[in-house]
Design a binder for this molecule. Sequence first.
Ligand code: 4AD
Ligand code: MG
Length: 456
Amino acid sequence: MQHIDIKEIMEKPEYLHQNVTVCGWVRTSRNSKTMAFLALNDGTCLPHLQIVIDKAQGVAYEEAMPVGTSVKVIGEVVEGQNGGVEINAQEISILGKCPSEYPLQKKRHTLEFLRTMPHLRGRTNTFHAVMRVRSVLARAIHQYFQDRNYVYVNTPLITGSDCEGAGEMFQVTTLGYAPEFQSEEEYYAADFFNRKAGLSVSGQLEGEMAAMAMGKIYTFGPSFRAENSNTPKHLAEFWHIEPEVAFMELPEVIALAEDMIKFVIRQVLDTCPNEMKFFDQYVEKGLIARLEELISHEFAVCEYTEAIRLLQESGEKFQYPVEWGCDLQTEHERYISEKVFHKAVFVTNYPKEIKSFYMKQNADGKTVAAVDLLVPGVGEIIGGSEREYDYDKLIAEMNARNMNLALYQDYLDLRKYGSVPHGGFGLGFERLIMYVTGVQNIRDVIFFPRSAGYIR
Ligand code: 4AD
Ligand code: MG
């Protein structure tokens, strides 16, 4: 159907005084004695286009009035009341009627209410703004890496090896377990891949293989976690950006993460002024200033041991007790970034027991060269490390963790054939979007969230 994007009409002066065709959904409508007005949105921009109907001209409009109706409008682009443009309608065709039980009538809805209708909530201003920012952030991430000689790599979603080893893998199978199998091995051997398979929790292990070939790579795809944690920041299916870089040691991993985060936030501020103003007004007051502040200062860096000391000396009552060796909980992460540093903080050199097997072991024998980026309001958005590239040390660590080395032969080969120092990180895309938009629940920054006990 030939028509012009509403965004083009709103932003390009060449359409003024032209006759155009636009299509969209009626967001609001109002009626006076001589005139009627439709606010039309086609998804190309946040503001609605006003359609003006002069009743004296005999344009049929009544059927277009119900909120949610989809229409095609032909008319002239004219100057509107407050600087923008509007359309004087000459002809309105109804594409799809929308009855009054349509749940998104004009009043503002809570995000909780909208969560009950993932198929419709995309039609609200909030979701338009979130999804536009999400899309722009994705482009910015690709641009950041591609402009710096990184190769975009797609790693498998179905995998035979567990990257993080936290027991959070979804199993992939075509076969129900049946009593005729004598053992687990027999059952897995009969299954589709002839061995146990699962949905990948991270593309890192394959990312490392690619980095040992291409030097600088990044992945951008879904990861899956069967974490039974019903929190506002965990999804069972989330999007994951994982750069992996040969010859990169921890300080450079940190510098890369900081530079990338600043770049993509700058892009969003420049590309999405309407959306960011919307969030600043309705979601988090002062959001734009907070982000401007973030990207104009250096992020803090703090060792894990120091973070523990700061938490212990804070006098704060935490739900989870703090002692050296404990994993940092969201409450601790937020305290450190919000109350101690008042900005983004890299926490480094965690105890090896609470981190993954592949992290580079530090000389102290107790810690690994890990880094998490903690931000105010969200907590951890990035987890990364330098990798253990010494074959013997890696094997010893895997043995100490009772890992099945047979499942990691390809990964171990990397340490045999031209091993180099390398590192990388994983950025949770939805966590980044939460931080950039101020939206508090991760289920509201992805169109169709999947989390424990929730799928449709
Ligand atoms: O800290 P994580 O578990 O690290 C890894 O997976 C490494 N393999 C990354 C790497 O070094 N290449 O996860 C990385 C990030 C977290 O910081 C978080 O932002 C996000 O992924 N994440 C989740 N996001 C939403 N829902 C979940 N259940 C998530 N689990 C991790
Ligand atoms: Mg982590």
